[in-house]
Design a protein around this ligand. Structure first.
Ligand code: PEP
Length: 253
């Protein structure tokens, strides 16, 4: 059985004080949800809020994630954060290769792979994002594209390490647009990703790896997505910004 994982991606939103009052509110709301411990609940916050959140969340069920990591151990990379720094600041997870990073910051399959290896080396659990844009979907190359992104992201990653990773299937055309893939279409791509992982690492390992769907997930569509065989959770942008809607989403999941 794979443990569901619901991760909020705050992107570049929330100051430290807003972040602290959000998690205080969220903790209270999660405490009212029966069986909430059956899922991992993760907040991927801006780097500036990780350490204050970590201090406030001691002993909490809410886990922390970063939104990016640099692939080098340390060095002259102005503006970047290393895996060691993020782990030290309290992150358990890190989003790698989000489509906004690929689109605006030049991330490639190669850098996604290097970042994935670096995160794993320092005990951060990668949430590796893959997904097609609308043209690629219309051309019918979704599975081919996603397969090559998955193969590249996990190149030289061991079977022990890959089972600690989460894959987030995020069709780019569904991110922040209000357009969601149908649960069946999303599941078909997630199942394809699992087949690729099985081909790379064997069925036993592939069956352990959690695959999320992301793209305009909301409280009213999460239940159907979660009922699918190969969707083990969600990476949530807009609907994670308000503790009320995020906790509702966790409850519906
Ligand atoms: C995301 O940022 O990963 C995302 C899926 O955003 P949204 O839920 O707003 O579509």
């Amino acid at each position: 059985m794979r443990k569901p994982i619901l991760a909020g991606n705050w992107k570049m939103f929330k100051t430290v004080s807003q972040a602290l009052s959000y998690v205080e509110h969220l903790e209270g709301l999660l405490a009212e949800i029966q069986g909430v411990e059956a899922a991992d609940v993760v907040i991927c916050a801006p780097a500036t809020s990780l350490y204050p959140l970590h201090n406030q969340l001691e002993g909490s069920r809410i886990k922390l994630g970063a939104q990016n990591v640099h692939q080098a151990e340390e060095g002259a990379y102005t503006g970047e954060s290393s895996a060691i720094m993020l782990k030290d600041a309290g992150a358990n997870y890190v989003i790698i290769g989000h489509s906004e990073r690929r689109q605006y910051f030049g991330e490639t399959d190669e850098s996604v792979n290097a970042k994935t290896q670096q995160a794993l080396k320092h005990g951060l659990l990668p949430i590796v994002c893959v997904g097609e844009d609308l043209d690629q979907r219309n051309q019918g190359v979704t599975n081919t594209l996603v397969e090559s992104q998955v193969r590249a992201a996990f190149s030289a990653v061991s079977v022990e390490d890959v089972t600690r990773c989460v894959v987030a299937y995020e069709p780019i055309w569904a991110i922040g647009t209000g357009m969601t893939a149908t649960a069946q279409d999303a599941n078909a791509v997630c199942a394809h990703i699992r087949t690729v992982l099985s081909d790379l690492y064997g069925k036993a390992a592939a069956d352990q790896i959690r695959i999320q769907y992301g793209g305009s997930v909301k409280p009213d569509n999460i239940a159907e997505l979660m009922s699918q065989s190969d969707i083990d959770g969600a990476l949530v942008g807009g609907a994670s910004l308000d503790p009320g809607s995020f906790s509702k989403l966790v409850k519906e999941a």
